[in-house]
Design a protein around this ligand. Sequence first.
Ligand code: FES
Length: 213
Amino acid sequence: MKTISLTIDGRRITAQEQEKLLWVALDNGIYIPNLCGLQDSSESSAACRLCFVEVEGKEQPVTACTEVVSDGMVINTRGGKALRLARSGFELLMSSLPVDCAHCAKNGSCELQKIAHHLNIKLKSKRLRKLLRELPIDDSSPLFIYDPNKCVLCGRCVWVCRERLGIGVLGFAYRGFERVVTTFAGEPLSESRCQECGDCVRVCPSGALVFKM
Ligand code: FES
């Protein structure tokens, strides 16, 4: 692969041709909000719509997780248009999530807190009406708890269980507001083929999957 050079937020950076912009930026210490991106995966679902950046010469912001870097590219991760889109996406996401950081095991290491801080936006949006689901919490696993109400539907746990471990205990079910990550036929985790490796918990960006203390 050819080494190329690009500029992100005024910083000259080298990368490999064909790399995705999100990982180039993160690897170089430049944070771009992201939830659904997976560095190990060649495909990105681009579902969370948070990783918008502005690329010189392009009229509209692009998602960094799908944008392939090229030589001479000039990127602004803090452009007004990109930040507006990311903030709207984040507010929409948070409108269907409970916010109770003080009682959440991910408090302090939650990606949602990091994104809110980066975008200079509150976790509890006043602009959008809150529409919460009331799904049962699965604490049947001896290792971890799964609270689907806190799930951001990024798909990281689904991907890691299926692609990296070849098990596929978790998957998506239903569409739209009903969409949920669940086991086959909604069986409790303790009755599924889960082997309790804990990798799904490690990749979960929110408090949906947390280890038992
Ligand atoms: S990380 Fe790019 S759309 Fe989710």
